[in-house]
Structures are given as C-alpha cells and as structure tokens.
Design a protein around this ligand. Structure first.
Ligand code: GDP
Ligand code: MN
Length: 385
C-alpha cells in the first residue's frame, strides 16, 4: 500500500525526522489555512499516490493567504497521472541550500535492505540516474549489523557529498531504517531531503510503501486506507477476504485460481497468445461454492470483463464446489454475453463436469491450461469453443 505524503510524514514525525509545519485540507476556502497559523510563503501540494507531482502541476507556491486559497480551489480535484487530488497539504515553504535523495528499499538481489543516496536529489533524480550514475550510491545494509558509520561514509564519499553533514545524515538514515522495519515497508523515500541555511536536514517530501500482508499488524496504517484512491472491486473483494489484483485496464479476461503461482502461469500463457488479462483473483484453499460464487460475481460485475477463466487444482478445494459456485454466479448474471472457462484437476473432477453440463450455461470445461487458453482464444475470435 502506497501512503500519501502527509501520511508518510506522520510516520516521519513519530521517528523524529524533521518535517515542515503544515495542514491538510479537503475543501476550498482559507479558514483552515488561517487557523493553522502558517508562516508565508507556503507550498501547496496535491496528495496523490504517485510521484512527479511537481512536474505535473501538483506542487505550487503561494505568497499570501488569498493566493493560497485561490490555488487550493484550483488544485482540489485536479488529476495527476490518473489520480485525483482529494486532499492538499499546505506547508510553510522552507529556504533550502541543497536537495538530497535518500531511500531504503527491500532489495531482492542482495536479500537485504538497500540504502540509496544521492546529493543530487529533487525533481530530476531520474535524470541524475541517467546522466550521472556515479552520483547515486546503492549500499546494502546488513540486517544483523544495521546502519554503520561506514555505510554512511561510503555513500557520501562515493557521490562526493559534503562530509560536514555526515552526522546529520546518519541520524536520519538510522531513524528511517527503524521505521523501515517497524512498519514492514518495501520502500521509504525522502526526496528531497533538504538542507536548510543552518545545516539542518528536513524531509520536504515522503514516500512510504507498506507490505499489504503486514496490514493486520498495523492498525495505524490500515486507518490511512480510507483516504486512498482504491479500485472499488479491490475493496469489495477485500471485504470478503479475496485478493483482487487489477492487471491491464484494456484487458477483458479475468483469471481465478487457487494459488498465486498458477495464477501467474495462466496469465503468462494467455498473454503469449496475444490476449490481455484485466484482473486476477486468488481463491486460496478450500473455497466453498458460496465463496466461489461471490468471487465470480465480483468479476462478472466488471463491465470490461467478458471472459472468466477459473483454473483449479483440486486438493482441499473440491472441483464440484467450484463448479457449483460458478453455476450459481453465471445463473444470477444478467449480462448474457459473458463466458466462463473452467479447468479443473483433482478431487471430484467428474462430478464437477456433470454439474456444468447439466446447467446449460455458457461454461466450457477444458482439459489442462494450454487447452483452456486455446478454447478462450477460439471463443474470442468467433470460432466457438
Ligand atoms: P514531487 O514532485 O511529487 O516529488 O513533489 P515534492 O514534494 O518533492 O516537490 C517537488 C519540488 O518542489 C521539490 O523537489 C523542491 O524542489 C520543491 N519544493 C517543495 N517544497 C519546497 C519548499 O518548502 N521549499 C523549497 N524551496 N522548494 C520546495
Ligand atoms: Mn519528491
């Protein structure tokens, strides 16, 4: 789950990482800005779950409360790379001498947290990565030893950063590193980490990505979710404990399976055939007919989906339960032009095929994944199943 800037900064504050004084607003007008008693000029920032806001017009400066109120009116509801700014963060503008880049991410290659640092941070960090790769240091942090003096020295020396700020940087990295672990994050980023005239380090921006699987342990992060822009089907599926994964918006196939590995194999084969998957859903183990019906209903409810592919390896999950669930959902479905392809192997497979055959619904039972994908392809190309 990607947090909004002010949510990330609420965590920074908890770890005593310096941030600017500010206020979050969700309606036009200047009362809330005045009430916050901010020193002008201020920065007004669209709160959306995407970076690059500065370049997309989502970060503006205002000299007076009147100007701020006017800009807020313009910025509320604006679209930034597909996300709507429902809230704005208004902060006191900081005079800064330098903009650094700092992040910690989970690195699968080194199997450890990876510190990424650059003294050339700010809006052009991607450009820096292209043109001055030597100005970006990537340093794995040994999870047993943690952040060491040499971790910071290496990052700074490699990139030619001013060593006067070493203690300050080390302190921020240590705090960020604790947060990285405590909150089961996959990424924590401060860009820019600014240095003000007095040489203090302050986080002007914040990006935090939390592992969704840890949300049950993180009530304070789960509480942030209400403010995020989420796909309604993701929420609907989550409410009944299914993991719904949007894939390609222009796709029109839904894939459901009991296990993420098989889901990925199915998606691969479908893509290889030149077809596009709209969404995937992991049914987990031991789903009942009612649960299957619920999952199929969620998929059929999405206008873009015209084909649902269910691929089941029946062990704990019984094939007849899957077939019964699929039939319930297809029978209740009003749009007649949707087709379901069912591939089942294992427990009660024959009984399942019988249930489907007797239903007289547009459900095709296929043997094996390649045949199922073939059937889907023929169906989509008007050659019947
Ligand atoms: P992003 O474009 O989504 O990463 O949004 P940021 O919060 O990083 O803001 C973009 C840029 O605006 C930063 O890189 C800074 O150059 C500038 N900026 C943001 N806040 C301030 C501030 O308080 N003072 C100054 N001088 N510049 C700021
Ligand atoms: Mn930024």
């Amino acid at each position: 789950m990607k947090l909004l800037e002010y949510q990330a900064k609420a965590l920074f504050e908890k770890y005593d990482i310096a941030i600017q004084k500010g206020v979050v607003i969700d309606a036009a007008g200047d009362e809330k800005i005045r009430a916050a008693d901010l020193r002008f000029p201020v920065v007004i920032k669209a709160q959306v779950q995407t970076g690059g806001r500065g370049k997309a017009g989502g970060v503006k400066f205002a000299e007076t409360p009147e100007e701020a109120a006017k800009l807020c009116g313009e910025m509320l509801g604006m679209d930034i790379r597909g996300f709507t700014a429902k809230e704005l963060l208004v902060v006191e503008k900081k005079d800064i001498a330098k903009e650094w880049y700092l992040s910690i991410m989970l690195d699968r290659y080194s199997k450890s947290p990876l510190l990424i640092f650059s003294p050339l941070g700010g809006m052009d960090i991607e450009e820096t990565a292209r043109t001055n790769p030597e100005k970006i240091a990537k340093v794995p942090i040994d999870p047993i030893r943690g952040v060491q003096d040499y971790t910071i020295s290496y990052a700074m020396d490699k990139t030619g950063a001013d060593r006067r700020y070493k203690d300050g940087l080390k302190e921020v990295v240590e705090k960020l590193y604790r947060m990285f672990f405590d909150y089961y994050t996959m990424l924590v980023e401060i860009n820019p980490l600014a240095i003000d005239d007095e040489g203090r380090l302050i986080a002007l921006d914040g990006k935090v990505e939390v592992d969704d699987n840890a949300l049950p342990f993180l009530p304070d992060i789960t509480a942030f979710r209400d403010k995020l822009q989420e796909d309604p089907q993701v929420i609907e599926a989550r409410n009944v404990n299914f993991l719904f994964i949007p894939i390609e918006d222009e796709g029109n196939i839904a894939v459901m399976s009991n296990g993420s590995g098989m889901l990925m194999s199915c998606i691969d084969l479908i893509s290889k055939k030149g077809m596009k998957v709209h969404a995937a859903l992991d049914l987990g183990g031991g789903a009942t007919a009612e649960r299957i019906a619920e999952a199929v209903r969620i998929m059929l409810g999405r206008p873009k989906i015209d084909t649902v592919f269910i691929c089941i390896f029946g062990g704990i999950t019984r094939c007849d339960e899957v077939a019964r669930g699929a039939v319930i959902a297809m029978r209740a479905n009003e749009a007649a032009d949707k087709h379901l392809i069912l591939r089942m192997e294992g427990t009660n497979k024959e009984e399942a095929a019988k249930i489907v055959a007797e239903s007289n619904l547009p459900i095709t039972v296929a043997e094996g994944i390649p045949n199922s994908v073939e059937a889907m392809y023929r169906l989509k190309n008007g050659k019947g199943a």
